[in-house]
Design a protein around this ligand. Structure first.
Ligand code: PMP
Length: 370
């Protein structure tokens, strides 16, 4: 037996033959495949982060603040800017919102339990679910007479009632489609479900005006969780900080499953420095929104089918051979994402220059319908 066979024989049977999360990390001139911010951290914030880490460095012989108290206060204050008061006791954080989602599944999923999501949605939802031994149920999107990727309250409620999941994932704005949900959907799903309802709002800051956050629904709903991240609009993907807001009792339950001291001292220091400069860190959000809308307009003009987006990316369809288009873009130095939906690709809205490079490369590949 070679080493792989030995490992396979020992591996949990449900993990055998699985493929790992694998967005390609290629060195290309224009990387528009993982919905990061294309804008570097501003120099003022770099200086503040460096100073904060330097100050903390001599104390690295000690474990970090296990309760990340200052970070929770800063995150609560940041969420409060949207108009909904959030208490620090309602906040939990982790190394990216992926870890926060993992904590939720460790505490509320597990063997014999199920989680339901409405796909296509974020590919890590089923992966995190199944790595915790929780069964995944693939729900459906699509509303007759509306968009193929929309989800309405009636359809979501029918699926929740049918499967009676312990955890329901909603994603708004949804990755990879960019589709936001009305609060009526969140409310209806909450009322229909007996279990946890997790609204993944990783892209909330990019939403178009009038697209509400589920934060406004938290009061009086102890089974509702809203997850956010500093990886997207906050331009801090490398910092690995994600967080959630929920009832303090639910937050308390997550202490049962997290590893002690899971947020390192440097992570907390960097995130605090970024939050102290929130306005500066979020300064490019409007510019990114403008490029997103430009992508939608120009792609439609090419005769392709962009999906309306409330996020920092656009899913577009109408491609005869989406893999050939993906490769053709890569050959021209532009990396986008093949999310596994036939005839569709997803592109992140970057700087105006990156967006132009993408649009020019795409125009060269797609026959014009002028
Ligand atoms: N949720 C959604 C919908 C995402 O698209 C992503 C990142 N692509 C995440 C969560 C996780 O991001 P992070 O772990 O960097 O916070």
């Amino acid at each position: 037996m070679d080493a792989r066979e030995v490992v396979d024989a020992l591996l949990r049977p449900d993990l055998r033959g699985r493929t790992a999360y694998g967005a390609p990390q290629l060195d290309v001139p224009v990387a528009l495949n993982t919905n990061e911010s294309s804008y570097p951290v501003p120099a003022v914030v770099v200086a503040a982060m460096t100073a904060a880490v330097e100050e903390a460095a001599a104390g690295l012989n000690r474990y970090p603040d296990r309760e990340f108290t200052r970070l929770r206060e800063a995150l609560a204050a940041y969420l409060g800017r949207s108009g909904t008061t959030v208490d620090p006791a309602q906040v939990w954080a982790g190394n990216g919102s992926n870890e926060v989602l993992l904590h939720l599944l460790q505490a509320f999923g597990g063997p014999g339990r199920t989680a339901l999501g409405f796909t296509p949605a974020y590919s890590m939802h089923p992966i995190i679910t199944t790595t915790t031994g929780t069964a995944w149920v693939d729900g459906m999107r699509g509303v007759a007479g509306a968009g193929a990727f929309d989800l309405d309250a009636a359809s979501a409620v029918v699926q929740v009632r049918e499967h009676r999941p312990d955890v329901v994932f909603l994603c708004s704005p949804n990755n990879p489609t960019g589709t936001a949900l009305g609060l009526d959907v969140v409310e209806a799903v909450y009322d229909a479900a007996d279990g946890l309802v997790v609204v993944d709002e990783a892209y909330a800051e990019y939403a178009r005006a009038g697209t509400p956050s589920a934060l406004t629904l938290l009061a009086g709903r102890p089974r509702l969780v809203v997850t956010r991240t500093m990886s997207k609009a906050f331009a801090l993907a490398g910092g690995r900080v994600g967080y959630l807001a929920a009832d303090p009792a639910l937050v308390d339950a997550l202490r049962l499953v997290r590893m002690p001291y899971h947020l390192s001292t440097p992570t907390q220091a960097v995130a605090l420095a970024a939050l102290a400069h929130a306005d500066l860190m979020l300064e490019t959000v409007d510019a990114v929104r403008a490029q997103r809308d430009r992508i939608v307009d120009e792609i439609a003009r090419m005769g392709l089918s962009p999906v309306p987006s409330d996020a920092n990316f656009v899913l577009f369809g109408g491609l005869a051979d989406s893999h050939a288009t993906w490769q053709g873009l890569l050959d021209r130095g532009v990396l986008v994402r093949d999310v596994g939906i036939a005839h569709y690709l997803r592109v992140t809205a970057g700087t105006p220059e990156e967006t132009s490079a993408f649009l020019d490369a795409l125009a060269a590949l797609v026959p014009t319908h002028a």
